[in-house]
Unconditional design. Structure first.
Length: 201
């Protein structure tokens, strides 16, 4: 057997397998498996990097969205709030005239009131009245008081004067924001004079 046959014989094949085993590569797979593992590791690193990039990008978009919402709400307050307040004043004045006018004039003024209310609703501004007879300082304004001898009625609602108005727009800070509180009259406790109490007894 010549040298060429010796190099390609069974002994040479056994030597190659032994070398692969020493290198930590499974027998029969050769250097191709190592290259595949390296490529898989590289793909995983790229994938992880892309995930981190996307997460950072989403956080940045969320921050920009919140800043835009804040800007829109601030702009709404600066431009629209004074206009809404003026419309509410017109509503109040016109609504107060309806009952004291002749029928023909009252009908025209009532139409104006309805028109102003429709315009307000178009901008998500609606009127409201608080339920019950307890005074809600966050949504009601006491413009006057009425005396009462009943102590249990003190600081309770006596009558309503004008409805309140609130705006409902997108955003947690503006949703349900009171533009003008409801105007009310509350009872004020005034004890009866002792002479009257004695006479009643």
């Amino acid at each position: 057997m010549d040298e060429a046959q010796a190099e390609t014989g069974p002994g040479a094949a056994a030597g190659d397998l032994a070398g692969e085993a020493e290198a930590g590569i499974p027998a029969g797979e050769g250097p191709g498996a190592a290259e595949i593992l390296a490529e898989l590791r590289e793909l995983r690193e790229c994938f992880d990097s892309k995930i981190r990039y996307d997460q950072a990008k989403e956080r940045q978009i969320d921050v920009l969205h919140e800043e835009l919402q804040g800007y829109r709400q601030g702009l709404y307050q600066q431009i629209m709030m004074p206009v809404m307040a003026d419309l509410i004043s017109i509503y109040d004045e016109a609504a107060g005239l309806v009952n004291g006018l002749p029928p023909a004039s009252a009908e025209s003024v009532a139409f104006l009131v309805e028109t102003v209310e429709m315009v307000l609703e178009r901008y998500e501004v609606t009127r409201f009245t608080c339920e019950g007879d307890a005074i809600d300082r966050s949504r009601q304004k006491v413009i006057d008081t009425e005396p009462t001898a009943a102590a249990e009625l003190a600081k309770r609602l006596a009558r309503r004067v004008r409805p309140g108005f609130e705006v409902k727009v997108p955003g947690p800070e503006m949703k349900g924001k009171v533009i003008r509180p409801e105007w009310v009259v509350a009872y004020r406790h005034v004890p009866e004079p002792e002479s009257l109490q004695a006479a009643e007894d």
